[in-house]
Design a protein around this ligand. Structure first.
Ligand SMILES: Nc1ncnc2c1ncn2[C@@H]1O[C@H](COP(=O)(O)OP(=O)(O)OP(=O)(O)O)[C@@H](O)[C@H]1O
Ligand SMILES: [Mg+2]
Length: 231
């Protein structure tokens, strides 16, 4: 199966003299089933890149092949189908519906071929909290519900924007171990954006962005396996 191939991807925000080159010719390749960590300082273009890959923002130039499909040329309608069928997205601040229980938050993301919402909640270790509302859960637990919601449809591409940003380091390590487990179990291609360079130890590939450009792209020959993450 083909993975991701991004070539000379460009995105500029603003107009006239007040423009920001959020992505200034970004190129990289990711194999299917790889777990990639994207590092880089604030404003380096990480979210911009993830949003374009997730079909939530458009590029100004370049190419992004996802499993062999050129997503930058998708119509609005094709993007809806792409987001629904192929993308799981985990946001930094969970974005759970406050008036729905954990189970209901996961259930709304299901579609044909999905796993049961109870299986997704079991996977993130929260089955017994199914009937709790987000306000009754800790930050780490809410993030795990958000991950259950993103994985319930078994997306081939799971994109996580700072999934551990609001969490303490022990909870953050658990979240990353869980993402690694998904990759190991389902062959999911996972991309995780983070500020935390320590999380790179579980990655197969580590890409660093700086000022909208790739600063480094390295393969981790001995990533820490999910079961070996210590906390
Ligand atoms: N919608 C927008 N309108 C204008 N400028 C934007 C917009 N989105 C992002 N930018 C700018 O593009 C650059 C890259 O932003 P981006 O959000 O991709 O950075 P980031 O690496 O995710 O940063 P952080 O670590 O703070 O989340 C920044 O200079 C940002 O201000
Ligand atoms: Mg960001």
């Amino acid at each position: 199966m083909e993975g991701l191939k991004v070539t000379d991807l460009k995105k500029t925000y603003g107009s006239g003299q007040r423009t920001v080159k959020a992505l200034d010719g970004v190129s990289f390749e990711i194999a299917a089933g790889e777990l990639t960590v994207i590092l880089g300082p604030s404003g380096s273009g990480k979210s911009t890149l993830l949003n374009i890959l997730g079909g939530m923002d458009s590029a100004d130039g370049g190419s992004a092949l996802v499993f062999g499909n050129e997503i930058t040329r998708y119509s609005a309608k094709q993007l809806v189908a792409y987001r629904r069928r192929e993308i799981g997205f985990v946001f930094q601040f969970y974005n759970l519906m406050p008036n729905l229980t954990a189970r209901e938050n996961v259930a709304i993301a299901r579609c044909a071929g999905s796993m049961e919402e109870s299986d997704a909640l079991k996977k993130v270790g929260l089955l017994e909290r199914s009937n709790n509302f987000p306000s009754q859960l800790s930050g780490g637990e809410q993030q795990r519900v958000a991950i259950a919601r993103a994985i319930v449809k078994k997306p081939p591409l799971l994109l996580c924007d700072e999934p551990t940003g609001a969490l303490d380091s022990a909870t953050g390590r658990k979240i990353v171990a869980l993402l690694r487990e998904l990759k190991e179990e389902y062959g999911t291609t996972v991309i995780v954006v983070t500020h935390n360079a320590k999380l790179a130890t579980v990655a197969d590939r580590v890409i660093t962005l700086s000022d909208g450009k790739i600063a480094s792209d390295t393969v981790n020959t001995a990533p820490v396996k999910a079961g070996d993450v210590t906390w």
